[in-house]
Design a protein. Structure first.
Length: 175
């Protein structure tokens, strides 16, 4: 189980910015959930996450001080979803929260490992939000995360909620 003393953190691959949002008090009565309980229904997450990301991309927004115009919608990619899940499981099982995996891998290496041949890659991670709306609001308010979401350099998305962890992996495949 992740150390709740870290609070809710959001990190983006761009700039590796980390922003503590609040502290959570650990509960001594919590038990470790099973793998099935930790992984939220992928089809529900994929549908609502993709819709939320594409709604923001369609309307454009301000990422920090930078105005981001509307950009084309992303397509869901199951390999990127798998890379997101593997990273979320790694963080959960090894009790850490970082873009770098426990084996030293970055998002590009993890995506390549599962067979995604990428030209551009990016990652957003979060700990603590309880819904797609909540995690998207946090990412929208964080310039680095927001820039990943709004980047026209990405054409595909895979994402997962695993326990209280959220991982988005953005990609553009090689031609």
């Amino acid at each position: 189980m992740l150390n709740q003393g870290f609070g809710i953190l959001l990190c983006a691959l761009l700039g590796f910015s980390c922003i503590p949002l609040e502290n959570k008090t650990p509960s001594n009565t919590q038990t470790e959930p099973s793998i099935a309980e930790k992984t939220v229904d992928g089809s529900a997450i994929s549908t609502s996450m993709l819709a939320a990301v594409n709604q923001l991309r369609q309307s454009g927004c301000k990422c920090g001080r930078k105005r981001m115009p509307p950009v084309p919608a992303l397509q869901w990619d199951s390999k990127l979803e798998s890379a997101a899940l593997q990273h979320a499981k790694d963080m959960n099982q090894k009790n850490f929260f970082d873009h770098k995996g426990s084996d030293g891998s970055d998002a590009g290496q993890r995506a390549a490992r599962i067979g995604y041949k990428w030209r551009n890659i990016g990652e957003n991670i979060a700990q603590g939000p309880t819904s797609v709306d909540e995690v998207m609001q946090g990412w929208k308010e964080s310039p680095g995360h927001c820039l990943n979401i709004m980047s026209a350099d990405f054409t595909e998305l895979g994402a997962i909620q695993y326990g209280d962890l959220w991982v988005q992996v953005f990609g553009r495949p090689r031609n």
